[in-house]
Design a protein around this ligand. Structure first.
Ligand code: GLA
Length: 382
């Protein structure tokens, strides 16, 4: 993907498009999840970090309740009125921003219209939450334009609702929370039941390596929603509010369809793995962290069935590298990215080695890039 536009280029594009000066620049990052997959919508635990790739929106307020938005990377533009804003079938790419506008209005914020241009370098459909980045950047842009602030947890909830109502993915809140709350140099242990969180420093001398399989997610929304429904069915059968409250012993007592039982086994064990990972990080036991990541991947592959040939190959190749503690698919699955935790000094050699081996085995060009844990969404005046 070409390099992102610089801030000055974005401001120039705004001026060219609207013929007036820009007033604000909002930004929000994508995220990578270290462990805790498909646990968020089960009221469970997750351990994501915001990444050094982000969506940026350069904007100026309007007083007529109209939003005009140009997506520079897509070469598309849209315009809509706040009042009664609906999802657009023709301009589906804009539904994240439309949904955020609707959510802010419903929450009672004094929203103003906007002229805006948007650009970013979070790859789309790669499992790195490009959509949450757009949503959280949009919250920042609208709030700065309207002169109000939205607490991060509410911003995340508005983004999640935009996905539910305007996009059709019944997602949890991990992506939006990570994008809103990210802290440099930290992963975030988030309890998705009460939305409390604890920043955990990323260990010294390690690197987070993202490995994009170059396969975009297929049919992700329907398969994702189906997994969520299976988890809810398991929770109902177990008589608990969410799988967060279930144990493997409880699961052994009930008679569930095999597929539902396997989904529940994944979620219950994955929640435990998140807490074990945090404990291992805190005592500096990176080999333990790596083995928990490996167990997470195996469970996502075998029990939750959201991996793919390409993700399995990528994880295997990453894991075989000298200095790799562990690797797993990250995000919803069904294509997209793997993540590895590596000794910092081992990354430079691993990137060409894994890229070449993946090309030979799968026949696609992957993208591998290290990232540091980055800061969450913010906005500044220009
Ligand atoms: C997607 C969703 C998140 C989460 C992950 C899986 O990224 O948006 O809410 O469920 O999948 O862990």
């Amino acid at each position: 993907m070409p390099g992102p536009l610089t801030t000055n280029e974005l401001i120039d594009r705004f001026n060219q498009t609207y013929g007036r000066p820009a007033v604000l620049i909002a930004r929000a990052p994508g995220r990578v999840n270290i462990i805790g997959e498909h646990t968020d919508y089960n009221d469970g635990f997750v351990l994501p970090a915001a990444i050094e790739r982000e969506t940026r929106i350069v904007a100026a307020p309007r007083d007529d309740g109209v939003v005009r938005l140009v997506a520079l990377d897509l070469g598309r533009e849209t315009a809509f009125r706040f009042a009664g804003v609906q999802p657009s079938h023709e301009q589906a790419w804009s539904n994240y921003v439309r949904g955020v506008a609707a959510g802010l209005l419903a929450a009672g914020y004094p929203v103003r219209g906007l002229d805006a241009v948007m650009s970013g370098d979070v790859p789309i459909g790669a499992g790195l939450s490009s959509s949450a980045a757009v949503e959280m950047a949009a919250v920042q842009a609208f709030s700065a334009a309207g002169g109000f602030t939205v607490p991060p947890a509410q911003a995340a909830a508005i983004g999640q609702k935009a996905e539910h109502l305007f996009v059709g993915t019944q997602c949890g809140m991990m992506d939006q929370l990570a994008s809103a709350l990210g802290q440099e140099g930290h992963v975030l242990l988030i309890d998705c039941r009460d939305l409390s969180y604890q920043p955990v420093p990323t260990p010294a001398d390690t690197a987070i390596l993202i490995a994009d399989t170059a396969v975009r997610r297929q049919l992700a929304s329907s398969a994702y929603n189906e997994r969520r429904a299976q988890c809810e069915a398991a929770a109902r059968a177990l008589g608990v509010a969410a799988l967060r409250d279930a144990t493997l012993a409880m699961l052994a007592q009930v008679d569930l369809p095999d597929v539902v039982a396997r989904r529940a086994r994944h979620v219950i064990a994955e929640n435990d793995r998140v807490l074990e990972t945090v404990a291992a990080l805190q005592r500096g036991d990176l080999h333990k962290v790596g083995s928990l990541m490996a167990a997470s991947h195996a469970s996502l592959r075998d029990l939750y069935e959201v991996s793919s040939l390409e993700l399995d190959a990528m994880v295997e190749l990453l894991t075989a590298q000298p200095g790799c503690y562990g690797a797993r698919l990250t995000g919803a699955g069904f294509g997209g990215c793997a993540v590895a935790l590596m000794a910092a000094g081992a990354v430079a050699a691993a990137i060409p080695a894994v890229s070449e081996a993946y090309r030979v085995r799968i026949g696609l060009n992957p993208a591998l890039y290290p990232t540091r844990a980055a800061a969450g969404a913010s906005v500044a005046r220009i």
